[in-house]
Design a binder for this molecule. Structure first.
Ligand code: SF4
Length: 691
């Protein structure tokens, strides 16, 4: 009876005369929102797994929060983006608490790297060894902030940029944190946030933290996760990608460098007579420099991602990896010889062991490729750069048969990261789900492909989950127009970006700016922007042109919103986590369907694996991914009942290829046209402020 009463209460909250209508200004009662809330409620009661797609405008946040809060028990909400995490914590839950008169205790929990580490801050201040004057100033800011902040959350300190080299010195990692041995344990921001999370009824985290925990890589929410009765994973379309990162393993040159720095510091302070700490750690740093140099000599450039098999002259990489292990082994011995003198020095031991194991695993992997006599790495230029729909038997033969993961190297300006990424992250995800006996709700506006959940369920390894789907309540037929221009340039044309700019410009002009032009490569972004600038000058159009790369993403978006007539040219990274409501964004144009680059090591390995097991990698993997991204982009265009906009796609494969129909069927039912006149008329219609 109590369950039936609670269910009736959930339904009543969403009614025309319910709590939300009474308390939230402008609230519109919608059947789909109430139905979703009831489906979530049922899943919570039955501790089931529910996968729910709710189109833009359904009001899915309230639809899962209301049943989760009214069902009682502990709730864990995880989001994909920081924007949504802040919105759920700071806005939505607060509004619901007031509307429903609930006294629930809510906590926001982030990964440890978001909080200032008091111990490392103190150590950095005492040692005073910093890279630049700017970092010295930033250190002062952080120290002042740590004294007055209640949370130590670095998001509250915007004057020290996210990318500052200071942050690693004043935040902790799981490896270098001293935990209960730390002299700063009581006031520690990280542990204070965790204690608050444990005591709370509702905890809001993000997928990185949630998955790190599931993958047993962090202990931040481990105490909380098993205790939660309900787990809600919003923006669940991001889970497969993030899961593949988190269920993998990896190490980096930066991590080993940091170990050397910490070991030198701890050794000199706590056991100056115990070993030649400076010499020991300098040998590690030297071996890392030589490893980085070796990779660069092999042709790996900053920003590249290369499968291990494709690195030329692997035997020399094996030598360099062995050369990193030798001084690490010496460090391990020195730490062992000084065991028990000081916890900070003792903590170096397990970190060294962990990194030695990783370096050793990579050396073994290189040796094994060498022993197989693979020469797939000899010619990286021979990679197939097409969308991957065609077969490539030779490359398949070179694939590590039966391998469940791919090893690859990401190069940065100063360092390199060594990753092993699982090819079937769903298996690990499903195992983790089995360990947790609570209800799991996975939701997003973009989970299906042409109305079907199969692909997504396979990706997350939950084929037996309940699924349910609600269409967006928006009237897409009148609010949106899909414009497929009559002439589309060949994606193979040398001047493709310039042609794109030429074709897009009249539509941008008709919209009076207010446009995103999204390109699939950064090079195309530059070239399209250059041509657009020339066209604007030619026609005397005074529209702000914002180009990715010239300022931070946040700054570009703020400027775009404020301007009201700007044109932003960016890569597909601008498709997600962006909320530009109203008239400021009325045209989204994309140059090509956003297929993941098939020469990316992870994408390529997944393609190979699917082919090896007789599946079609294009239909089963690349197409669903591209469609999800496309749907995310469309979701940026129409944000509420009053929004209107044009989606323009310049990739003729949408019309000429058989899969084009799947893409079109996955998009909202916009009116469609191939004529520029219709676009002009759309923007002239009453209701458009640019008319
Ligand atoms: S407990 Fe860990 S995170 Fe907290 S202050 Fe100490 S080292 Fe830093």
């Amino acid at each position: 009876v109590r369950v039936a009463q609670a269910r009736a209460r959930v339904a009543a909250v969403f009614g025309p005369g319910g709590d939300l209508a009474a308390a939230v200004s402008g609230y519109v009662a919608r059947d789909s929102q109430r139905d979703m809330a009831l489906a979530v409620f049922d899943a919570i009661v039955e501790r089931a797994t529910l996968v729910a797609e709710a189109g833009t405008g359904t009001g899915k946040t309230f639809a899962y929060l209301v049943p989760a809060l009214l069902a009682g028990g502990k709730v864990l909400v995880s989001t994909g983006t920081r924007t949504l995490q802040d919105q759920v914590f700071g806005k939505d839950i607060a509004a619901l608490k007031a509307a429903l008169g609930l006294a629930v205790d809510v906590a926001l929990l982030k990964g440890r790297q978001n909080y200032v580490c008091l111990h490392r801050l103190q150590r950095t201040e005492a040692e005073g060894r910093l890279g630049s004057r700017q970092e010295v100033m930033q250190l002062r800011s952080v120290a002042r902030f740590a004294r007055i902040s209640a949370t130590g959350d670095r998001a509250e300190l915007p004057d020290v940029p996210e990318g500052s080299g200071l942050w690693p010195a004043v935040t902790s990692t799981r490896e270098n944190c001293l935990g209960t041995e730390c002299p700063q344990f009581d006031p520690c921001f990280v542990y204070r946030a965790r204690r608050a999370a444990q005591a709370a009824d509702v905890v809001v985290v993000n997928h990185h933290l949630f998955l790190a925990d599931l993958a047993m890589r962090d202990d931040s929410i481990r105490e909380f996760l098993p205790a939660a009765d309900t787990v809600v994973l919003d923006e669940a379309h991001q889970l497969p990608k993030i899961a593949s990162d988190f269920f993998g393993t990896g190490w980096s040159i930066a991590q080993v460098t940091e170990l050397a720095v910490d070991a030198r510091s701890a050794g000199l302070r706590h056991a100056p007579d115990g070993a030649s700490w400076v010499a020991l750690t300098q040998r590690i740093e030297q071996s890392l420099r030589e490893l980085r140099l070796r990779l660069a000599e092999s042709g790996l450039t900053a920003g590249s991602r290369t499968a291990l098999e494709r690195v030329p002259r692997l035997e020399r990489l094996a030598e360099r990896l062995a050369a990193v292990d030798t001084p690490l082994a010496a460090l391990a011995q020195a730490v062992e010889a000084n065991a028990g003198r000081e916890p900070e020095l003792d903590a170096i031991g397990p970190r060294t062991a962990l990194l030695r194991a990783q370096v050793g695993a990579w050396k073994a992997a290189v040796d094994s490729i060498e022993a197989r006599g693979d020469d797939a790495g000899a010619d990286p230029d021979s990679m197939d750069a097409d969308a991957g729909a065609s077969g490539d038997g030779e490359r398949d033969a070179a694939a590590p048969q039966g391998d469940a993961s791919v090893r690859w190297i990401a190069m940065s300006a100063q360092g390199a990261q060594f990753h092993a990424t699982p090819l079937v992250p769903g298996e690990a995800f499903a195992r983790a789900r089995e360990r947790q006996p609570q209800a799991w709700i996975l939701t997003s506006a973009t989970l299906t492909l042409a109305g079907r959940f199969d692909q997504y369920l396979a990706e997350v390894g939950l084929p037996a989950a309940r699924t349910v789907r609600w269409e967006s309540p928006f009237d897409f037929r009148t609010q949106g127009l899909l414009y497929l221009p009559e002439s589309m340039p060949s994606p193979l044309a040398a001047d493709f970006p310039e042609q794109v700019a030429e074709i897009v410009w009249p539509a941008i002009h008709a919209a009076g700016g207010r446009a995103f032009l999204l390109c699939t490569t950064l090079r195309a972004v530059e070239r399209c922007a250059l041509r657009l600038r020339a066209l604007m000058d030619r026609d005397g159009a005074d529209l702000p042109l914002l180009v990715q790369g010239v300022a931070t993403r946040r700054h570009l978006l703020d400027t775009f919103r404020r301007a009201g007539n700007a044109v932003l040219v960016g890569s597909v990274s601008f498709w997600e986590g962006i909320d530009v409501r109203g008239d400021a964004l009325s045209l989204v144009a994309i140059d090509k369907l956003p297929f993941a680059p098939p020469d990316d090591p992870v994408v390529e390995a997944r393609i190979r694996r699917l082919r090896a097991i007789g599946r079609n990698p294009f239909l089963d993997y690349q197409l669903p991914q591209a469609v999800t991204l496309l749907k995310q982009g469309v979701g940026r265009l129409i944000r509420d009942e009053r929004d209107r906009g044009v989606l323009m796609i310049l990739d003729d494969r949408i019309l000429t290829k058989p899969y084009g129909r799947t893409v079109l069927n996955s998009l909202p039912p916009f009116a469609r046209s191939r004529r520029l006149d219709d676009v002009v008329a759309f923007f002239r219609r009453p209701g458009d402020t640019n008319a």
